[in-house]
Design a protein around this ligand. Structure first.
Ligand code: SF4
Ligand code: SF4
Length: 314
């Protein structure tokens, strides 16, 4: 659910991020808009996955007002270089019934790449047809088990068979509709609760995905989620610069902008899109300050970043 590194400039920043010194010289420069805008359409979820700190959410559950969503899309689509739009946050995006309309709107405003991450538990035939028809470009599915037991132990509250059938059916429907999008990414996170069955996962999906369409598997390791979990150590030397404030902006379902998508309770606010524009926030004092400090490898004023393993484990 974190970052889309397809943008050319972002890829450049990623390579610099392994070497803090040149990045420091670069820190003042950024585009007038983020490369990626992550819009949390809802922070409600029907699961309690073991690796997700959702039980620590103190934010009110809700769905982003459509008018606010439209305002954000209008603002970012006015630019020649439009951001990639992520349609998810700390929640299950398909719980929001207006998700196909949101995708359709973003595409109608010329957004080139729309993307969401789902657990696929609600990806029934009708919804599948709607989101394919709306023009979604890419969809990542978190699927953290290889059988009933391993799946249900990890993605608590969901059903292995339902999600499995939904994904298989989705691929068939996309074919029937003769559509090349969305490309699918099936993601697995090997961990204790699912027996780290990487081989079994590959076996389970290899005949389902359509590689000619660009579908693929993805393997990730557990993340601390800005202090929501403690999978990885956060003490010791800073190993690399976090490039997030130069490339991405996250918006919570109530319209507050935050400096990072792992900030599940919105502790590091950057502004409020109910009253400000994306450009004002992106080029405003909070984001400028965070870039200045990150450029000097100083994370001390940022409580979420201080608990984040991102800068320690590369
Ligand atoms: S489905 Fe996603 S948002 Fe919901 S608990 Fe699992 S990881 Fe968290
Ligand atoms: S260092 Fe801060 S901005 Fe960067 S990934 Fe971690 S929490 Fe996010």
């Amino acid at each position: 659910m974190i970052f889309n590194a397809r943008d050319k400039i972002t890829r450049g920043l990623l390579s610099l991020a392994r070497s803090p010194l040149p990045f420091h010289l670069y820190y003042r420069r950024h585009y007038p808009l983020p490369s990626v805008i992550l819009i949390e359409n809802t922070n409600c979820c029907n699961a309690h996955c073991v690796m997700c700190p959702r039980e620590k959410l103190t934010r009110k559950p809700g769905v982003m007002a459509f008018a606010l969503f439209e305002k954000i899309i209008r603002e970012v689509s006015g630019a020649k270089r439009k951001p990639i739009v992520h349609l998810h946050g700390f929640g299950e995006p398909l719980l929001d019934e207006s998700i196909p309309e949101r995708i359709r709107l973003a595409k109608a405003f010329g957004v080139k790449h729309t993307y969401l991450v789902t657990n696929a538990s609600l990806l029934f035939a009708g919804t599948a047809r709607k989101i394919i028809g709306a023009g979604l470009d890419e969809m990542k599915i978190s699927f953290y088990g290889t059988d009933d037991e391993s799946y249900n132990r990890t993605m608590r509250g969901l059903d292995f068979k339902v999600a499995l059938d939904n994904i298989r059916r989705f691929v068939k429907i996309r074919k029937e509709m003769k559509k090349k999008r969305p490309k699918l990414i099936l993601q697995y996170m090997p961990q204790k609760t699912n027996g780290a069955g990487t081989k079994e996962f590959t076996f389970l999906w290899r005949s389902v995905l359509d590689q000619k369409m660009g579908d693929r598997l993805n393997f990730v390791s557990p993340d601390n989620f800005g202090g929501g979990r403690d999978y990885n150590p956060v003490k010791g030397k800073i190993a690399s610069v976090c490039f997030y404030p130069w490339s991405a902006l996250s918006v919570l379902q109530d319209g507050r902008a935050v400096t990072c998508c792992v900030d599940y309770n919105g502790a590091q606010g950057a502004g409020d899109l109910n009253f400000q524009t994306v450009m004002e926030i992106w080029n405003g004092p909070v984001m400028s300050n965070i870039r200045k400090n990150f450029g000097k490898l100083d994370y001390s004023g940022f409580p979420v970043c201080q608990c984040c393993d991102w800068v320690h484990r590369r």
